[in-house]
Ligand binder design. Structure first.
Ligand code: IMP
Ligand code: MG
Length: 173
């Protein structure tokens, strides 16, 4: 094994912020029922923690996407590989994403979901790299803004590795 990625956000900081996000979501949706749409694969760890901080009736769906391009940057060509199991028409949908980088993936996903006529559609993202924005995306619930560095851990990968790191770390080149 090579050296561990350098720590950027530690477990306690992530847990505290995720709890705050859960409280904000709980307050905003009052007693409504949510459909949580988890974008695979990177968001599964964040989503697992976030839903346990949301005190509302909710269901969970997964959306698998694949984007083409080189390993560290998306091409914006996004393909849905695993679709939702139930219609979201008329439902309050919260899309849960690990990181908004260029915004290309999210803008595609938000368009795709909006066409299915949910009652509302909001976005929760753990991380945002504002310096890399190519398509502006409105993030309703954001964990942390970070510098333009490639990060791994807490579900995020590089070449499918490091998802099990309990913190968010920076991959040294
Ligand atoms: P976007 O379409 O450029 O916003 O890219 C979004 C997707 O690229 C994310 O959902 C991640 O899967 C991946 N990604 C972007 N930046 C990083 C990073 O720093 N670490 C790991 N994955 C990343
Ligand atoms: Mg992702």
């Amino acid at each position: 094994m090579t050296t561990k990625p350098a720590q950027l956000l530690d477990e306690a900081a992530i847990a505290a912020r995720v709890a705050e996000m859960g409280r904000a979501i709980t307050a905003d949706f009052a007693a409504r029922e949510l459909v949580i749409v988890v974008v695979l694969k990177g968001s599964f760890v964040f989503a697992a923690d976030l839903i346990r901080r949301i005190d509302l009736p909710l269901t969970v769906e997964f959306l698998g996407v694949r984007s083409y391009g080189d390993a560290m940057e998306t091409s914006g060509e996004v393909q849905v590989t695993t679709d939702l199991t139930r219609p979201v028409e008329g439902k309050d949908v919260l899309l849960v994403e690990d990181i908004v980088d260029t915004g290309l993936t999210l803008s595609f996903l938000l368009d795709t979901l909006a066409r299915r006529a949910p009652r509302s559609l909001k976005l929760a993202a753990l991380l945002h790299k504002p310096a890399r924005t190519r398509v502006p995306v409105n993030i309703d619930y954001l964990g942390f803004s970070i510098d333009d560095k490639f990060v791994v851990g807490y579900g995020l990968d590089h070449a499918q590795q490091h998802r099990n790191l309990p913190y968010v770390g920076v991959l040294e080149p």
